[in-house]
Design a binder for this molecule. Structure first.
Ligand code: AVJ
Length: 358
């Protein structure tokens, strides 16, 4: 693979010659098969600093869950997905395998595949293969905040699928949406898998999906993976596993502050907490200070004071009932199109259509 430098100084691969025996593109000049762009904020070293300062200076300490996904955090999240207790990934993968055909059925022939929070794109392969089998060619637009993971997964996909074209964007959801809005309307299937929607407050999730839908054509579809409400034990074990991987994932936020902002967190004096609030229908993750302590963060010129037992709220992961999914669609101005479940009904895949303009 060869590299050129593009606008923001990021490596961008150019195409390998298509395979002359098998490719239908023989006489076409080698097109660019992959672009990789980073949004302005994805590159902004001050964004993390400003967010940490705000969150730790607040009366109720909190850190934004988007910061989990540096290199170490992305690696730990992949480990979480393979844990026996973290049923979400396997349930979703089973649904995708079983229903790939119907999931992509009825899509316009040239539909491109957009994915919000693509991560390792492991499960996406199932749909990529289905669409390639149908259409021969596919344009894939993965959007993820973890640029290292995004680049690695994109390269791996390019190697594997010679007829795949990838336009990757390292950005947060918000910016991803804006980037989509700027592009010429083209038929699309937009994926938002893994119950990533669970990180949003319910009204914000509806608002986000609603704005996404505004950039879609009538034949387009959104496929959203949503974890379902269930009994407390299953949920709390999924977010507090016996190997302690989720604890390390959570504490990596503190380790990241130490690495990038000259923080002096002693990881051993914080413990991982995950509890299900049944009323709100959400898992809440915390870091709990095991003792009264003061933690300097050099680059921020601040010292953070903790009482014994004081928490830093690090994540919400909302779970949905079927009624709540219907309400989400309604509030977003989406039309529920089709829904699939795993055999245990732990997880759901939901296909939505933009509401027809009347
Ligand atoms: C990536 C947001 C879907 O909420 O289940 C996993 C993140 N946090 N274990 C989730 C997560 C702790 C995950 N999402």
């Amino acid at each position: 693979m060869t590299y050129t430098r593009c606008g923001r100084g990021l490596p961008r691969s150019t195409m390998r010659e298509p395979d002359r025996q098998h490719s239908p593109l023989v006489s076409v000049p080698a097109p660019r098969r992959m672009t990789l762009r980073r949004s302005a904020t994805a590159e902004d070293p001050f964004a993390f600093a400003a967010s940490v300062r705000e969150g730790l200076a607040h009366a109720v300490k909190h850190l934004h869950c988007a910061w989990f996904y540096d290199e170490e955090g992305s690696r730990l999240f992949e480990e979480i997905c393979a844990l026996p207790e973290y049923y979400l990934t396997r349930a979703e993968e089973r649904i995708l395998r079983r229903h790939a055909g119907s999931i992509v059925s009825g899509l316009p022939e040239r539909a491109e595949l957009v994915e919000l929070g693509s991560g390792s794109a492991a499960k996406t392969r199932i749909l990529i293969e289905e669409l390639l089998a149908r259409n021969g060619h596919l344009r894939y637009v993965p959007i993820d905040i973890a640029h290292g993971m995004l680049e690695r997964s994109s390269r791996a996909l390019l190697e594997e699928y010679p007829l795949l074209e990838i336009h990757a964007l390292a950005a947060e959801y918000q910016e991803g949406l804006e980037a989509l809005a700027r592009e010429a309307p083209t038929p699309r299937l937009v994926l938002w898998l893994g119950s990533n929607v669970g990180n949003f407050e319910r009204p914000a999730a509806a608002q986000f999906l609603g704005r996404l839908a505004k950039h879609l054509l009538p034949g387009d579809r959104i496929l959203v993976g949503i974890d379902l409400r269930k009994e407390r034990e299953t949920l709390e074990r999924a977010y507090d596993d016996s190997l302690g991987v989720t604890a390390r994932f959570n504490k990596n936020l503190l380790a990241r502050i130490n690495r990038e902002l000259g923080g002096h967190f002693d990881l051993a004096s914080f413990r991982h907490g995950a509890r299900y609030d049944e009323h709100l229908g959400r898992i809440e993750m915390y870091l709990v200070s095991a003792k009264a302590q003061r933690v300097p963060i050099t680059a921020l010129g601040m010292e953070v004071e903790f009482a014994e037992g004081e928490t830093i709220h690090t994540e919400n992961s909302y779970k949905y009932s079927l009624e709540e999914i219907a309400e989400l669609a309604q509030a977003a101005g989406l039309v529920p199109d089709q829904q699939w479940f795993d055999t245990r009904r732990a997880f759901s895949l939901n296909r939505f259509a933009p509401r027809p303009v009347t």
